[in-house]
Design a protein around this ligand. Sequence first.
Ligand code: BES
Ligand code: MN
Ligand code: MN
Length: 462
Amino acid sequence: MKSAKPYIEEHKQRFLDELIELLKIPSISADPAYKNDVIKTSEAIKTSLEKAGCDHVEICETPGYPIVYGEKILDKDLPTILVYGHYDVQPPDPIELWDSPPFEPVIKVTDLHPEGAIFARGSCDDKGQMYMHIKALEYMTTTGQLPCNVKFMIEGEEEVGSEGLVWFVKRNQEKLANDVILISDTGMIANDIPSITTGLRGLSYVEVEVTGPNRDLHSGLYGGAVANPINVLTKMIASLHDENKHITIPGFYDTVEELSAEERAKMAEVPFSKEAYTKALDIEDIYGEEGYTTNERNSIRPTLDVNGIWGGYIGEGAKTVIASKAYAKISMRLVPDQNWEKITELFTNHFKSIAPKGVTVKVTPHHGGQSYVTPIDDLGYRAASKAYEATFGKTPIPQRSGGSIPIVALFEKELKSKTILMGFGLDSDAIHSPDEHFGIWNFLKGIETIPQFYHFFTEMSE
Ligand code: BES
Ligand code: MN
Ligand code: MN
């Protein structure tokens, strides 16, 4: 297949301008105040799919935000690629920590992005990466190089648990029938060390509430004589890890897949600089489960982290008070073959069992999902590997990621196909954080590599 480079070079400015327009719409799925903007974004995606050459595009309603579905079917006998992405973004908070406003995209040069990066919420996760697929389609249709059928399914609730998509997928197996699913919503090791994501962690997300006395109390009159929910909650949380940073919930590790010495040796070949890692985060040392490397801790090992904790007085100055309630939000990242519903149950039972007398504990599960692994002997993986070889001039490294896209395991269950995760972001691109950005080089490299995948996947399917 011809290189897309000349086409990309010619249309580069327009591609960037279009992406910038899309990034200006604050499609924050978590906050109902942005409902109109989320809907507006789905309409913008519909228009861009039509312009890129889809024959049929529709906005499919769900109980939640709509799914934009588009397709171009050349011939029933050719393979079909299903592209998935999401047009919703994380809330930008804390907004005051952004150097430039999150929905006013600007291009700035950074150490890792000497050709410039677009700074905006959603630039990398996932509008920028999803848009690479739309521009790759435009290239293939306008130059007559689309080798197979393609379907697009772009959702607006990924950041809040994909409930509408679950509903949609279960009802539309035939419409969504495909030979491989292609997603760019992950990262790669570095611009000169291409990698393909071969695994995603599962997730169990819970909220806990500890209640002590029936009202807030004077901390002098009652202090020391009743259980303080905040003291109790923090102690309970602290007990969830032992001194080796193992999680103490009984049964938590029972089904965890142990990698062979050979697989771990292969992982250890992935470059890691402790110095660069600690420097980039401004921390004195790395930290984590005894017996595992950093690359293992954030990919093949399960974790438990408090994501937020609150209660009591946090206003100006001092208020002497024992709060009636204390709360925390806790995420557990899961690995094969942990079942997220089982883990949620183990957590709930354990957390309630360690509560001292004098408080009551409530655990509310939020969302969750299963982990996922793509085998490297899979046809899709092999085609992706060849695509990277063609555009990076290097064989990509397979790498399991620590993040989660819970819907991917459901795709396998409902649509019976494997997902290839061709992510072009970097861990340092600050997704979900202030100053999220996406390298222009990465954006264009993605547009260049995607058509190669179409080509090799079609050729190797014969
Ligand atoms: N795109 C991310 C997931 C991701 C990022 C995976 C980088 C691997 C590498 C996705 O949008 C996301 O943020 N997922 C959430 C889970 C979801 C249920 C809210 C996550 O991982 O926290
Ligand atoms: Mn994402
Ligand atoms: Mn995300």
